[in-house]
Design a protein around this ligand. Structure first.
Ligand code: ADP
Ligand code: MG
Length: 929
């Protein structure tokens, strides 16, 4: 019964996407096969004992299925361990429920374990005596820190984790193989409340022990240990009363609840050496744990009795029993479903999958004395039974011997009993330090790291990528269609705007021709005024003549008959004059009428003028909008092009890496176990070793490249996601009929889009994010594969295939040569870069100058235009439209200032030359503009 089903149980806990991941537009890339404890990510599939969260079993069942059996086992004397493994932020602390001030304290494993423990104790306490102790430690940078140390708890605000004078905590192994921590605080607790207080205290001092909680907690392992000792009184009626006190059973068991450090790889690209160093320390625990797991999990290694490197780190020493030893163990692999974490998630799942193969050997932990006593008691009973069987037939002497034996056994029993009591009185006392201290020997394989040619290749790569040809890449069908649709939509928009512009132009023309009718209103006025004055004059002269004639008539009236005749003539004249006056009066009236009409038409002309003005303003606005729209379209197109290019580059790099990894898999060198399969000829062997080395290096560079692409891709993706979020928000506002918040970055731009354009953009963004997500997962898959391979080469594994000093020396020589060559190339590239930078600076200077000149010219042009306009107004005839053109021509001829500046450029052949030429041409065109 003690060894049934003792392999390490592994559960996966998938947390939901959290805020930050949503913001970055991450997609859920982990699927759970329904009804099975199986998870899939990309093309990988893993089966575990349980899967919780994100449509696996509900997380609430985790305690009952994973931890409750362990708590029950504690009461039977079985050790147990719960390990939470996963990258930082994957939910380890949440799963364990050890976060301080976290609301996970109800659903977390640890609080539920404590609850169950005390509930059970409550039911058993009448016939069993319990002693419970807890300890809470943290391993940070390979140092064990006591989280329950009263001297630090009382002044938890001090950041001193280690009190001077207090001996550091040491890991000891007693003669019977039990690992103990010497110097750590073991708090005796008797109620749930007391235990919960310990957990809280420890969590708090874990948080305040470092300036940055997340920093430290992600780099340290926290182990909360509950030890349960029980004294069981065995009530056996057949026993004599004096033996009653002996019928006791002592059981002890420990439960380790472990919140491991974040499993993420220390970033090789990390700029600060400090972090890297810390990462190395952290990795020491997890690396050793990984090695222990693969040593125990690998069927072959286990059969060969391979060395299990428990002693490589403090963590693995402390958990020695938990993995492959005397413990029932559950590992909970916590993962994030976000595609951005796909690589770490894959690593975690692979790691956890290996752990499933570990077989443990749990046994009931009895006190050594009490178990001895139990054995003796059984022997005694057996003998007594034998005695009673033989009672009649056996000889007296035999009986005597047996009786003596019984007596001696009984005295031994009593001795042991006494001893037991002594032990018990010393119960909880210190265990003898039995083990010598040991020193961890750190491997020095990092030395090799300093000669890695990564840096060189990286800079090479960056040079290449800066000159990367912007190929009009072959696109997939869907993308093409998408592209076309966008192009079409853009054209449609432009067309409609064009139409609008056209209409405006037409109206403008109409109005202007109408306006021509009323052209030169001043002249018209003058003309009419003159006419009126003329008529007035004529009228006046006619009137004067009339008056004169009247006076003449009066003079003549008194004279003779001839005068009578004259008078008649005069009267006739007068009549005709009167008629003339009448006529003139009429004419004058009609003139006034005309004047009035003219006034009216003047008003109309003014209105038209205003209208024209407003139409012109509209036209300018529309043109402006068209320009903006075009600009935005260009930008969007660029955005998608960047993504497309990134995705293509990423796909290429991923494919190459895949090929390389597969080539390595199938290469005979990989089977380092196989002996001299191809070492027939020294020459060929040397060549193949060199080829192998080149291949290894290529893989390294390729991994670097893919990682680089991965990071770039995630950046581009984040930008797209941000745009999408803004657009969605604007869309929401629009649906509610509100205007989006002003002044917020991106909102103005987003809300200037038409609703149709917005929806189109949203769906295209969603599409792009999907593509990006797939690409990320594909990359993560290869990266994780590479990581897996790399793991096999930890320490000196890489060089296992070198079989002789000669081979090693040859390869070393080859390596040295290639390193020297690469360094020389690096130097050359550095020089080249420096030169190019100088040229770049010059070009930028030139560009600035020409820009300045352009601005000046523009200013001048404007001034001249103004002057021209005023002169045009003052002299209506002189309209020399050539003057502006002359000015423009003046500007386009190269000035004496820029020519020598261009000559200054040091033209070097190759890329630089082309670039310089291009830039110069650019400047020229700029000037022409
Ligand atoms: P870790 O300890 O692995 O670094 P945490 O436990 O601190 O990660 O979890 C990171 C964040 O994710 C926390 O904000 C936590 O509340 C949240 N989280 C983790 N697991 C879950 C879950 N199952 N459901 C909801 N939120 C979770
Ligand atoms: Mg944590």
């Amino acid at each position: 019964m003690e060894s049934d089903d003792c392999s390490v149980k592994v559960a996966v806990h998938i947390r939901p996407l959290i805020g930050d991941e949503r913001l970055q537009g991450c997609k859920d890339c982990v699927t759970v096969v329904s009804g099975k404890p199986q998870v899939q990510i990309g093309s990988h599939s893993f089966t575990f004992d349980h899967v919780y969260g994100s449509t696996g079993s509900p997380s609430t069942e985790m305690y009952q299925e994973c931890a409750a059996p362990l708590v029950d086992g504690l009461f039977q004397g079985y050790n147990a361990t719960v390990l939470a493994y996963g990258q930082t932020g994957s939910g380890k602390t949440y799963t364990m429920g050890t976060g301080c001030g976290d609301n996970s304290s109800q659903t977390g494993i640890v609080p539920q374990v404590m609850n169950a423990l005390f509930t059970k104790i409550e039911t058993l306490k009448d016939h069993i005596e319990f002693q419970i102790h807890v300890s809470f430690i943290e391993i940070h940078k390979e140092e064990v820190q006591d989280l329950l140390d009263p001297s630090t708890i009382n002044k938890s605000d001090t950041k001193v984790a280690h009190v001077p004078g207090k001996p550091p905590i040491q890991i000891r192994e007693s003669s019977n193989g039990v690992i103990t921590l010497a110097g750590s605080t073991e708090v005796s607790v008797s109620t749930l409340k007391e235990m919960a207080a310990c957990l809280d205290q420890g969590s708090v001092s874990r948080a305040t022990g470092s300036t940055n909680m997340n920093n430290q907690s992600s780099r340290s392992h926290a182990i909360f240990t509950i030890s349960v000792e029980q004294m069981r009184k065995i009530n056996n009626n057949t026993d004599s009363p004096e033996n009653g006190s002996l019928k006791e059973e002592y059981l002890c068991a420990k439960l380790h609840l472990v919140d491991l450090a974040g499993s993420e790889r220390a970033k090789r690209t990390g700029s600060d050496g400090m972090r890297f160093k810390e990462g190395v320390h952290i990795n020491k625990g997890l690396l050793a744990l990984g090695n222990v797991i693969s040593a125990l999990g690998d069927e072959k290694k286990r059969k060969d009795g391979a060395h299990v490197p428990y002693r490589d780190s403090k963590l693995t020493r402390l958990l020695q029993d938990s993995l492959g030893g005397n413990s029932r163990t559950v590992m909970i692999a916590c993962i994030s479903p976000a595609d951005i974490n796909a690589e770490e998630t894959l690593n975690t799942l692979k790691y956890a999958n290996r752990a499933r193969n570990i077989r443990n050997k749990p046994v009931v932990n009895r006190d050594p004395v009490s178990s001895e006593m139990l054995k003796m008691r059984q022997q005694l009973e057996y003998l007594q039974a034998e005695l009673s069987l033989r009672n009649g037939g056996s000889s007296c002497a035999e009986l005597q011997v047996l009786k003596e034996r019984i007596a001696s056994l009984e005295t031994a029993n009593e001795d042991l009993c006494r001893e037991l009591h002594e032990y018990r009185s010393r119960c909880g006392g210190v265990e003898e330090p039995t083990d010598k201290d040991f020193k961890d020997i750190q491997a020095v394989d990092e030395i090799v790291g300093s000669v890695r040619p990564d840096g060189l290749k990286r800079s090479l790569h960056s040079i290449e990528s800066s000159n990367y040809p912007m190929v009009e890449a072959t696109t997939g069908d869907s993308r093409e269609v998408d592209e076309e649709a966008k192009e079409w939509e853009h054209k449609l928009l432009q067309n409609s705007m064009d139409k609008e512009l056209h209409e405006l132009n037409r109206r403008l023309e109409e109005k202007e021709s109408e306006m021509k009718l009323f052209d030169d209103p001043a002249a018209l006025k003058q003309h009419f005024g003159k006419k009126i004055a003329e008529v007035e004059d004529e009228k006046r002269s006619v009137q004067e003549e009339r008056n004169r004639l009247l006076a003449e008539i009066e003079n003549l009236a008194s004279s003779d008959g001839q005068a009578q005749k004259l008078q008649d003539v005069h009267a006739q004249n007068l009549k005709s004059l009167e008629a003339q006056i009448q006529d003139l009066k009429k004419k004058q009236e009609s003139q006034v009428q005309l004047l009035k009409q003219k006034q009216k038409s003047d008003d109309a002309a003014k209105r038209l003028q205003d209208e024209i003005q407003s139409i012109k303003a509209q036209k300018v606005q529309l043109q402006h909008r068209m320009k903006q729209e075009a600009e935005q379209f260009r930008k969007k197109k660029m955005h998608s092009q960047v993504l497309q290019r990134k995705t293509e580059e990423a796909a290429m790099a991923t494919k190459r890496l895949k090929e390389l990894l597969e080539a390595r898999k199938s290469s005979p060198r990989e089977h380092s176990g196989g002996t001299n399969g191809f070492a027939t000829n020294g020459q060929t062997n040397e060549k193949s070793l060199q080829r192998w080395l080149d291949h290894e290096l290529e893989v390294m560079v390729n991994v670097h490249e893919v990682r680089h692409e991965y990071e770039k891709q995630s950046h581009v993706r984040a930008a797209l996601a941000e745009e999408l979020a803004v657009l969605r928000q604007v869309d929401e506002f629009a649906v509610k009929g509100l205007s989006p918040p002003r002044g917020k970055n991106g909102f103005a731009r987003a809300s200037s889009l038409s609703p149709n354009a917005r929806t189109a953009r949203i769906s295209s963004l969603e599409n792009m994010l999907e593509i990006s997500s797939n690409s990320l997962v594909a990359m993560a898959s290869q990266l994780s594969e590479a990581e897996e391979r790399e793991r096999a080469f930890t320490s000196r594994g890489r060089w296992n295939q070198l079989r002789s000093m000669g081979e090693a020396k040859n390869l070393l020589q080859y390596m040295f040569n290639s390193l020297a060559e690469t360094r020389c190339q690096l130097w050359e590239k550095d020089v080249e870069i420096k030169e190019m930078k100088d040229q770049f600076k010059e070009i930028v200077g030139l560009l600035r100058q020409s820009e300045l000149r352009r601005k000046e010219a523009e200013k001048e042009l404007k001034l001249r235009e103004q002057a021209h306009a005023t002169s045009l107004a003052s002299s209506p005839l002189g309209t020399p439209p050539n003057s502006v053109k002359h000015l423009a021509e003046d500007l386009s001829t190269p000035s004496p200032m820029t020519v020598p500046a261009q000559k200054q450029l040091k033209l070097t052949p190759g890329i630089a030359n082309g670039k310089v030429k291009d830039s110069a041409a650019f400047i020229n065109t700029n000037k022409k503009v």
